[in-house]
Design a binder for this molecule. Structure first.
Ligand code: 5AD
Ligand code: SF4
Length: 423
């Protein structure tokens, strides 16, 4: 989502006549897009800003965008007085006005209003990935997970109209894209604000029906809004990709309650059973937080047993990091850093073993791969299956970038498959 926000902000600048330069040193304007999901990411910003310490009173404009901008607000000007603009993501639609102020010599220009029901629409978006186009369908978040800073930094949930989304998809096809990825913090909470009143699964079907679209991805889904209709849509529409990213966060119902995730372990597993019962094989990936306040060894073990039961295709695991403005920040029974690190290592090792043995099952299978890279030294092409699995493969063909190829799997590691081009 952050990468795509940057693409949209770059589009706003391009439309105003700015152009990209080779390095920050030669730029007249440097904007940092920032993340505050965990403390480490947020700290990075001030280290990077220090590189521009000498810019006070000079012509170079330094600005801070994104979640750290929203969270720290005007305090950024105190810590780094050479910064001239601070703007959170809920104010990006005001960027043209903020830029006008900056261009007129303004200092301490801010966009920090969170109270909005509007989304960020741009005429121009600079797409960095030529094969997969990102596309926001819903911004903000109305959940209140006790560890999470997002509702405080990205504001309330607001959906774009289905007409605006479908229009953008048609433009993307006209621009040569065949794969789109719909984005939102809780993408499947989508509610069309227009008279068409599409829900998420209806929108998925409508996007997949746009002529020229071959693959539709979406991320991130919230288990509470994950319906059988989504599984039915994937099952009956081949262009809808067979990959679901469904963050579980913990395998313990008590911890889930403390996290205010609004579902139990059993309810999460019920959604997994819907996906597994479908005709089409889909991959499932998840996010997990270890070391949430009060998490016992037994509760951590419940998370491990969930991994064993579900056999995820990929897991993004994080050590709990206390965040400002969240209710978990002041919870008792913080878990010591070394215990968090141990749990993370145990979990990652267990998951690695699961992925090694699961991926073996694909030996001799055939997949359609959209080619997005080349490893010259290994003589391999690289791409993704509909289920988002990475496949590295050999081929006698000359240039396959951007093409769909049939590949037969000949080898499997924990994070990727190896194969041969067969057609
Ligand atoms: N500490 C650790 N991980 C977090 N995440 C969100 N907030 C925190 C936090 N305070 C993780 C969740 C989420 C992913 C994007 O980041 O797993 O799904
Ligand atoms: Fe954060 Fe929870 Fe919203 Fe996801 S659903 S963005 S974890 S508050």
């Amino acid at each position: 989502m952050n990468a795509h926000d940057s693409e949209k902000v770059a589009g706003v600048l391009l439309a105003r006549g700015y152009r990209q330069v080779e390095s920050p040193d030669s730029a007249d304007m440097v904007l940092f897009n920032t993340c505050s999901i965990r403390e480490k990411a947020a700290q990075k910003v001030f280290t990077r800003l220090n590189d521009f310490r000498g810019q006070r009173g000079r012509n170079k404009v330094v600005g801070v965008l994104g979640c750290v901008a929203q969270q720290e607000g005007e305090r950024i000007f105190e810590r780094a007085p050479w910064v001239r603009m601070v703007c959170g993501s809920a104010s990006y639609r005001n960027l043209p006005e903020l830029l006008t102020e900056i261009e007129g010599g303004g200092t301490r220009v801010t966009g920090l209003n969170l109270d909005t029901d509007e989304t960020f629409e741009t005429e121009v978006t600079r797409r960095d990935n030529p094969f997969r186009a990102y596309l926001t369908i819903i911004e903000g978040c109305d959940y209140a997970c006790s560890y999470c800073v997002v509702p405080h930094t990205r504001g309330p949930q607001r959906s774009r109209t289905s007409a605006a989304i479908l229009n953008e998809v048609k433009h993307l096809v006209a621009g040569g894209f065949t794969e789109v990825q719909l984005l939102g913090q809780t993408v499947n909470s989508y509610r069309d604000p227009s008279a068409a009143q599409m829900n998420f699964s209806q929108l998925l079907r409508a996007v997949a029906a746009v002529p020229g679209i071959r693959r539709v991805r979406f991320t991130t889904s919230h288990p509470n809004d994950f319906t059988r209709e989504i599984v039915d849509a994937i099952d009956s529409v081949p262009a809808l990709c067979g990959h679901i990213h469904l963050p579980v966060q913990s395998g313990s119902s008590r911890i889930l309650k403390e996290m205010r995730r609004t579902y139990t372990r059993a309810e999460y597993l019920e959604r997994i059973s819907w996906i597994r019962a479908a005709q089409r094989e889909s991959s499932i990936t998840t996010d997990i937080i270890v070391g949430f306040p009060g998490e016992t060894d037994a509760e951590f073990t419940e998370t491990l047993s969930l991994l064993d039961g579900v056999k995820f295709d990929g897991v993004f695991a994080f050590k709990y990091s206390p965040r400002p403005n969240t209710s978990a920040k002041d919870m008792p029974d913080a878990i010591p850093e070394e215990v968090k690190s141990q749990r993370l290592a145990i979990l990652q090792q267990r998951q690695r073993e699961i992925q090694i043995s699961e991926n073996q099952k694909f030996l001799a299978s055939e997949f359609e791969v959209l080619v997005d890279g080349r490893h010259e030294s290994r003589g391999q092409w690289s791409g993704r299956t509909t289920s988002n699995r990475i496949v590295n493969f050999t081929s006698p063909a000359q240039n396959l970038l951007g093409q769909y190829c049939q590949v037969k799997i000949t080898g499997a590691g924990p994070n990727s498959l190896v194969g041969e081009h067969i057609a």
